[in-house]
Design a protein around this ligand. Structure first.
Ligand code: ADP
Length: 292
């Protein structure tokens, strides 16, 4: 388990992280969600030890993360720091060597990753000759070449087309299935909704919600109910203890304000046929807006 406990950080007078606390579990894809400027990159840089926190602690397997352990972390920074003019395969293998792999292992890992990322035929090309999407795949290979124990990826899916998202996701899921905690940031909610097991939502430098995707949906979702009848549902507005939040012809979405959902159902049945009735499962997008 990777734990982040009460991390704080300022730049000058500007406090950008306030007691940020969450955990990234082995074998899980954890999505770190927040708007631009909410503190995701700063948090990730602290997790990686690139930046020191002003308070709090990062621990891996119960021990504070120390300088020497960091090479076992795989990091994909937002500012992608690879060499445009160097051949893709040589560059990845060289990074593997920097992380302490012997030459044969570095080369074997490079070949396996490039193959897995559908880049095997580009290994001899300069990085800058590749499309931006393919360059991003190379960045993923760079973060993974040394078989890191922990993966921290800053916006790994931004700028990728759906096919590339699928390929990268497959590779990350394999690492997660092998027991690696995977933390990745994103501001693209719809995407993350499909990709992550656990979610941490950060807003203004504070964690406003965290848990499994299902937990978050349940926590934020049980309040809303949907009713679909066969004619106009406007009468729901007049029921006591019910607050209509959306009304569209025969469909009403409501929250209970002292009322009982079964009373609403009875009232609907008295008026005619009921096409649908039940809790509304919110999208992550809705949860995110509420947790902001
Ligand atoms: P995100 O990754 O969610 O977009 P960041 O962690 O990059 O957010 O930034 C959070 C806040 O910290 C922003 O207001 C940003 O301007 C500020 N910030 C980040 N890095 C620095 C820095 N090196 N110096 C000053 N301010 C910074």
């Amino acid at each position: 388990m990777l734990t982040v406990t009460a991390i704080s950080r300022s730049f000058g007078d500007h406090r950008v992280l306030h007691d940020v606390t969450f955990e990234v579990r082995p074998g899980r894809m954890t999505g770190f969600l927040g708007a631009n400027g909410s503190g995701k990159t700063t948090t990730m840089r602290i997790v990686l030890g690139v930046l020191a926190p002003h308070g709090g602690e990062v621990a891996w397997r119960g021990r504070p993360v120390r300088e020497g352990e960091r090479p076992s972390f795989g990091y994909m920074p937002e500012e992608r720091g690879l060499y445009p003019k160097m051949a893709v395969g040589d560059q990845i293998a060289w990074l593997g060597r920097l992380h302490g792999l012997d030459r044969a292992t570095a080369r074997a890992n490079t070949d396996r990753l490039l193959d897995r990322l559908d880049l095997a035929d580009r290994a001899g090309d300069q990085l800058e000759a590749l499309s931006l999407g393919n360059q991003q795949r190379v960045q993923i290979a760079a973060a993974l070449v040394h078989d890191p124990e922990v993966l921290v990826l800053d916006e790994p899916f931004s700028g990728l087309d759906p096919i590339a998202v699928g390929v990268v996701l497959g590779v990350l899921r394999e690492r997660a299935a092998a027991g690696v905690p995977v933390l990745f940031s994103s501001h693209q909610l719809a995407l993350v909704e499909q990709l992550c097991d656990d979610v941490v939502i950060i807003s203004g430098g504070r964690v406003t919600a965290s848990g499994t995707r299902e937990e978050l949906r349940e926590r934020y979702g049980t309040r809303r109910h949907e009713l679909v009848v066969s004619s106009d549902a406007g009468w729901v507005r007049d029921l006591p203890g019910v607050r209509v939040v959306e009304l569209d012809g025969p469909r009403a979405v409501f929250e209970l304000d002292g009322g009982d959902d079964q009373d609403v159902l009875r009232a609907a049945l008295e008026r005619g046929a009921v096409r649908a009735f039940g809790p509304v499962v919110p999208t992550l997008d809705e949860i995110f807006k509420e947790a902001m």
